[in-house]
Design a protein around this ligand. Structure first.
Ligand code: FES
Length: 142
């Protein structure tokens, strides 16, 4: 166990996970799991949420879906992956996908579309991966 909570805890999708609050209300929302280790919570949408279509994601590039805070990429033809669009440096939203890299223009961090790893700039932590599935031409949250 890497953290403990004295109040109710919420998982990354915001679902109440603590049973301790049953019948007593929610006195406060504890900030559980401080991200001092560099982990970043990925708060996207529910499974099945449509993100984009396969034809909208260029090979060797990607598409930023602001609403779900996700970048869907296609490093190689037919291979789709997704990363959080929240920069691991200081939390700006990434703004572009160019030349195989996801770019945050706040302080010019660049991340690989292939594994989300930082390749230049001040960010030192990879973008967290977001689980997706491809259903026909629809790219969805998994
Ligand atoms: S917040 Fe992205 S580079 Fe600083």
């Amino acid at each position: 166990m890497t953290h403990s909570c004295s109040g109710p805890c919420f998982d990354r999708r915001g679902a109440l996970t603590a049973a301790a609050v049953a019948g007593v209300g929610i006195p406060f929302l504890a900030a559980c799991g401080n991200d001092s280790s560099g982990d970043v919570a990925v708060d996207t949408g529910p499974a099945g949420t449509s993100l984009t279509t396969t034809g909208s994601v260029p090979v060797g590039g990607g598409t930023i879906i602001d609403e779900e805070k996700v970048v869907v990429v296609q490093p190689r033809e037919g291979e789709f992956k997704a990363w959080s669009s929240i920069c691991t440096h200081q939390g700006c939203s990434v703004t572009a996908v160019e030349d195989g890299e996801i770019i945050c223009r706040c302080h010019s961090s660049h991340f690989s579309i292939d594994d989300g790893a930082p390749v230049s700039g001040p960010a030192s932590t990879p973008l967290p991966e977001v689980a997706i599935k491809v259903s026909g031409e629809d790219v969805q949250l998994a």
